[in-house]
Design a protein around this ligand. Structure first.
Ligand SMILES: Cc1cc2nc3c(=O)[nH]c(=O)nc-3n(C[C@H](O)[C@H](O)[C@H](O)COP(=O)(O)OP(=O)(O)OC[C@H]3O[C@@H](n4cnc5c(N)ncnc54)[C@H](O)[C@@H]3O)c2cc1C
Length: 423
C-alpha cells in the first residue's frame, strides 16, 4: 500500500497507547473517504462515522476535475489507473435567437468529466469496511484539551486526537463550532438531469465539448460523462445537464416544494417534482435553449433541483476539529471547484501531518492554506455566477471578441489548481 511507512511527524503525537494519532472523520462521501485513505496511509488510526445506513449513490450527477488532480490521485492510488472519465477540451457558448441556434464563442477548456458515483466508487473501495461505520450520525462535537469529544445520535461518546468534519454543506460540525456561518442563497436554482446518450438524436455537439447555452433566464451547461458502470465508449455514456434558473428569494420556497406539498431546505430529489412543473421547464427549454439542448431536457423523465449557495467559513479549524470539503465552504459550481478542493484538502492534510513536527504546526499550516484557497474559490465562483446569470446581458449581441473580453473582465488573472505529487 503506497505511503504505509513508519509514521513520522505529527502523526506520532496521538494520546492513545501506541502514540498514533486517533482521527475521527465525520461523513463518508468524497471528502471523508479521501481523508480517511490519506490519513490511514500516513499512519493515523482512523474511524469514519457516516450518517446514511444504506449505500450512498448518485448524489451529484456529473463532476468535472482538472487533469492535474486526476493524475495526482492516480499516482497516490486514490483513483484507479483506468478510472472512467470523458476528456473535454473545449467549451462552446451558444445562444438561441429567433429560433436559430448561434455559436457565440469557442473557448479552450480542459477538464476530465466524470461523475459523483465514479469518484465515490474509486474512493470507497480503498476504505476498509471495519473503519467505515454506517448508520452512525454524529450529534455533537466539542473541543477538549488536546483533542475532541464526539457524541453519536445514539448517545455513545468517544474522545479522539483529531476530528475531521467532512459532513457536507449542512455540516453539523460547522453549525456547532461556527454558529454564525451558514449558507447564503445565490439567487438561482439548478434544474439537473442525467440521461443515456443513446436517447439523443445526436451527440455530435457534445463530443469533447462542454456546452454553455446562454439565456436571460440563466445559463445551462451540458457535457458527456461516463455511463452508470463507468462506460466511456460511444453510445454508452450519459449526458449531464444543469440549467441555472434565476429565482428570487421570495420564490425559493415554492421552487423547493415537492409534488406532495412538502417544503425542502436545499434540493428536490428526482421523482419528487410535479409533472406540471417539469412540463413548464420543457416549454422554457423549447423557447430559450438551442434545439439539441432542449431535446435533452425534454427526454429527461425525472429532473431534480438544487438551490445554489455561497458559504465561506473564515477558519477551517477550532482546536483539533477541522472542516473539510463542503463542510468548510461551498463554492457555486461554476468553477468546478467543490470536489477538487475537498480532494486536494485531504491530500494536503496528510502531507502536513507527516511533514510538520507537531500537531499544532500541522493544523495551523493546513488551516491557513486551505481557508485562503477556499475564500479565493468561493469568490471566483460567485463572480462567475453573477456574470453568467446576469439577466441584463444581451447575449445575442455578443461576438467572439466581445465574449473573450467579457470573460477576461470576469476572471481577471485567476488560476485553477496546480499541485505536484512530492509527498
Ligand atoms: C450542481 C453541482 C455541480 C457540481 N459540480 C462540480 C464539479 O464539476 N467539480 C467539482 O469539483 N465539484 C462539483 N460540485 C461540488 C461537489 O459535488 C462537492 O463539493 C463534493 O462532492 C464534496 O462533497 P463532501 O464530501 O464535502 O460532502 P457530501 O458529498 O455532501 O458528503 C457529506 C457526507 O456526510 C454525511 N453526514 C452529514 N451529516 C452527518 C452527521 N451528522 N454524522 C455523520 N455523517 C454525516 C452525509 O450523509 C454525506 O455522506 C458540484 C456541486 C453541485 C451542487
Amino acid at each position: 500500500m503506497p505511503g504505509a511507512t513508519v509514521p513520522v511527524g505529527a502523526v506520532n503525537s496521538g494520546k492513545g497507547p501506541d502514540g498514533r494519532l486517533r482521527v475521527c472523520v465525520v461523513g463518508g462521501s468524497i471528502a471523508g473517504c479521501a481523508a480517511a485513505i490519506e490519513l490511514q496511509r500516513a499512519g493515523c488510526e482512523v474511524t469514519i462515522f457516516e450518517r446514511s445506513a444504506g449505500s450512498l449513490k448518485d448524489r451529484g450527477a456529473g463532476i468535472g476535475i482538472p487533469f492535474a488532480l486526476l493524475e495526482l490521485l492516480q499516482a497516490r492510488d486514490l483513483f484507479d489507473a483506468e478510472m472512467a472519465f470523458v476528456p473535454i477540451k473545449l467549451r462552446d457558448f451558444f445562444v438561441r435567437v429567433r429560433s436559430e441556434d448561434r455559436l457565440l464563442w469557442q473557448q479552450g477548456f480542459v477538464i476530465a468529466a466524470t461523475s459523483w458515483d465514479e469518484l465515490y466508487r474509486n474512493l470507497r473501495k480503498r476504505v476498509d469496511d471495519d473503519i467505515y461505520r454506517q448508520g452512525s450520525e454524529v450529534a455533537a462535537i466539542e473541543t477538549e484539551s488536546g483533542g475532541a469529544l464526539v457524541e453519536l445520535a445514539g448517545g455513545q461518546r468517544r474522545v479522539f486526537d483529531l476530528v475531521v468534519c467532512a459532513d457536507g454543506y449542512t455540516s453539523t460540525g460547522r453549525r456547532r463550532l461556527f454558529a454564525g456561518e451558514d449558507l447564503r442563497y445565490a439567487g438561482y436554482v439548478m434544474w439537473r438531469g442525467l440521461i443515456e446518450e443513446a436517447l439523443l438524436s445526436s451527440v455530435e455537439p457534445y463530443e469533447g465539448i462542454n456546452i454553455f447555452a446562454m439565456s436571460r433566464l440563466g445559463h445551462l451547461i451540458a457535457y458527456l460523462v461516463p455511463g452508470k458502470q463507468g462506460e466511456t465508449g460511444p453510445g454508452e455514456r450519459r449526458l449531464n445537464w444543469g440549467w441555472y434558473l434565476n429565482t428570487p428569494q421570495a420564490e425559493l420556497g415554492a421552487a423547493l416544494t415537492d409534488r406532495n406539498g412538502r417544503k425542502h431546505a436545499t434540493s428536490l430529489p428526482a421523482g419528487s417534482i410535479s409533472e406540471a412543473r417539469v412540463g413548464r421547464l420543457r416549454e422554457l427549454a423549447r423557447d430559450f435553449m438551442p434545439g439539441f439542448v432542449s431535446e435533452a431536457v425534454e427526454l429527461t423523465e425525472q429532473p431534480f433541483i438544487q438551490a445554489i449557495f455561497d458559504l465561506h467559513t473564515p477558519s477551517y479549524r477550532k482546536g483539533n476539529i477541522l472542516l473539510l470539503g463542503d463542510a468548510s465552504s461551498v463554492a457555486r459550481p461554476h468553477a468546478a471547484a467543490g470536489a477538487t478542493k475537498a480532494l486536494y484538502g485531504a491530500v494536503a492534510l496528510a502531507q502536513a501531518l507527516k511533514r510538520q513536527p507537531s500537531l499544532e504546526s500541522a493544523l495551523t499550516l493546513w488551516n491557513e492554506e486551505q481557508s485562503r484557497e477556499g475564500e479565493r474559490l468561493v469568490s471566483l465562483s460567485k463572480r462567475l455566477g453573477e456574470a453568467l446569470q446576469d439577466p441584463m446581458q444581451d447575449w445575442a449581441d455578443m461576438g467572439e471578441e466581445e465574449m473573450s473580453l467579457w470573460w477576461k473582465g470576469v476572471i481577471g488573472d485567476e488560476e485553477w489548481y496546480v499541485m505536484t505529487d512530492d509527498g
